[in-house]
Write a protein that binds this ligand. Structure first.
Ligand SMILES: O=C(CO)[C@@H](O)[C@H](O)COP(=O)(O)O
Length: 236
């Protein structure tokens, strides 16, 4: 059995509990079906992250079967859950953690409307205040990338580096989101589906009215720095 010092063991356990519970939010918010989708969270202060096992029913996910990995995506042998294969997107999440140190959480879903935009390879234009608040502009499209190695991670990092958006629509695949921690990335996954649905519906009724860049900037700055109880500013 691999044992870390007690401070690190506590930090790993906290992330296991968090990541396990947050998978339930994907189900509650209708963002996934069957075993699709995944959430991971970085262990603060260590080159480690926690991710779900591949292809396991959401009802069976628990803190002790979350899988601890290093930032190359290798499973840490002798830790709880390490006997199972990690998520198919482990290398992608690892690539993001290695290359975006400000990111503490990564989420992937196949939520309906966001995936429909991804299937068209079409960015979601910024036409509602909620989108300016949360994403600071359009939701960009990333390249088509094969599943299983770090290709998806490279596409996420290339697309989101220097971009305000915490969501990318990977072409012909679906949304990937990043956040300060796993919960923040889950929030972005919920929000990207919400705006994807609203903007899709709006377009059925007629032409979209773009928001002026000045308005987008002002809305984004206010939401990131003033809204809520403890605003922390934009992550990028
Ligand atoms: O689309 C993909 C792979 O990118 C995933 O969402 C799978 O649908 C779920 O994979 P696991 O995380 O269970 O391996």
């Amino acid at each position: 059995m691999t044992v870390f010092d007690s401070g690190l063991e506590d930090a790993i356990q906290a992330v296991r509990e968090d990541v396990s519970a947050l998978h339930g939010e994907l189900v509650r918010n209708g963002l996934v079906i069957w075993t699709g989708g995944n959430v991971s969270g970085r262990v603060p202060g260590a080159d480690l992250f926690v991710i779900k096992p591949s292809g396991v029913a959401y009802d069976d996910l628990a803190p002790e079967n979350m899988i601890l990995c290093d930032l190359d995506g290798a499973v840490i042998a002798g830790t709880p859950g390490s006997e199972r294969s990690p998520s198919s997107d482990t290398a992608a999440h690892a690539y993001v953690y290695r290359n975006m140190p400000e990111v503490g959480g990564v989420v992937h879903t196949h939520s309906d409307y966001a995936t429909a935009w991804a299937a068209r390879g079409e960015e979601i234009p910024c036409v509602i205040t909620a989108m300016a608040d949360e994403f600071g502009g359009p939701i960009p499209v990333g390249p088509f990338a094969i599943i299983g190695d770090d290709s998806i991670g490279r596409g996420i990092v290339e697309t989101l580096s220097g971009h305000r958006s915490r969501a990318v629509l990977m072409a012909n695949h679906g949304p990937f989101t990043i956040g300060r921690d796993a919960r923040d990335a889950v929030k972005a996954a919920v929000m990207v589906e919400d705006v994807a649905r609203t903007v899709h519906i709006a377009r059925q009724g007629g032409p979209l009215i773009p928001l002026a860049q000045e308005a987008i900037d002002s809305l984004f700055t206010r939401y990131q720095n003033v809204y809520g109880q403890a605003p922390q500013g934009a992550i990028a």
